[in-house]
Ligand binder design. Structure first.
Ligand SMILES: [Zn+2]
Length: 272
């Protein structure tokens, strides 16, 4: 058998053992033994090519680099039931948030909330199923084989264990450009949502200026900001009241402009 544990996996396990949240944590294995004849504790080369651990796209070539073919790709972490329960909450939060970029590193985690059955949270199939009872005292986390030598995956594993939020992770790892892109997407989505709401609150006749009855101030302020943004894009000046504006079209236009980067959002680093 040629399976070995990579330095990245060993370091990840060491990092986890040192997390203050889990004083009881002791790594109980990475590389498989006779109790683990197949699966992620055994390398790609030492497994059958029909094994469940060598058939998903990130567990075999070409996604898996050839350098990883002899790597074990799972960590067993023994912990007290208190620590298992703390860890479970963090994995469950990752499992529930499909937009969390840390999910991509992991295949599945067998973990325990402290009551009921141990669970297997599968990040590829997005299933939450019963795991065998030995996972009430040890947590098994399999990584997708392509990441067995990936330092960012190691950081991701520890970040989940520490209970870091998705935002903390993004601030730690993403470039300013990527974070701006994320912010632009989020803003475009908000613009669409806001505008869909305004559309329903605008009377058929449009607004009459200075009429308290039909002119909710907060809406006017928002519309004003939209018009100003549009004016910057299109080089046109629009004045209120704006009866007859197609708000659906307006929303689409603004969202498109935000997405394509025509509107530049100012991005201020925290603490500045
Ligand atoms: Zn295991």
């Amino acid at each position: 058998m040629s399976t070995s544990a990579t330095g990245v996996m060993q370091d990840a396990a060491d990092d986890w053992e040192e997390l203050p949240s889990y004083p009881s944590a002791v790594c109980s294995g990475i590389k498989g033994d006779t109790n683990h004849p197949n699966g992620y504790h055994i390398s790609y080369n030492d497994n059958s090519k029909n094994d469940f651990s060598t058939t998903r796209p990130d567990d075999k070539p070409p996604n898996m680099p050839s350098a990883n073919a002899n790597d074990a790709s799972a960590i067993d972490m023994s912990m007290s039931s208190t620590d298992m329960a703390k860890s479970y909450k963090n994995w469950k939060r990752l499992f529930d948030d499909h937009s969390d970029p840390r999910r991509k590193y992991f295949n599945a985690v067998n973990c325990y909330s402290g009551s009921g059955e141990a669970r297997r949270l599968d990040f590829v199939a997005n299933t939450n199923t019963v795991a065998s009872p030995d996972h009430k005292w040890h947590e098994h986390c399999s990584w997708r084989r392509r990441y067995a030598r990936d330092q960012t995956a190691r950081k991701g594993y520890v970040s989940v264990g520490r209970g870091d939020t998705k935002q903390q992770w993004e601030e730690e790892t993403m470039s300013l450009t990527d974070r701006q892109d994320n912010m632009i997407d989020a803003t475009a989505t908000r613009v669409e949502a806001f505008t869909a709401k305004w559309k329903n609150e605008i009377p058929e006749s449009g607004w009459v200026e200075d009429s308290d009855e039909v002119q909710p101030n907060h809406l006017v302020i928002k519309i004003d900001a939209m018009i100003a943004a549009l004016a910057r894009i299109e080089g046109v000046v629009v004045t209120l009241p704006v009866a007859g504006v197609d708000y659906e079209l307006l929303a689409t236009m603004v969202a498109d402009k935000v997405r394509s980067g025509t509107i530049t959002l100012e991005f201020v680093e925290e603490g500045e």
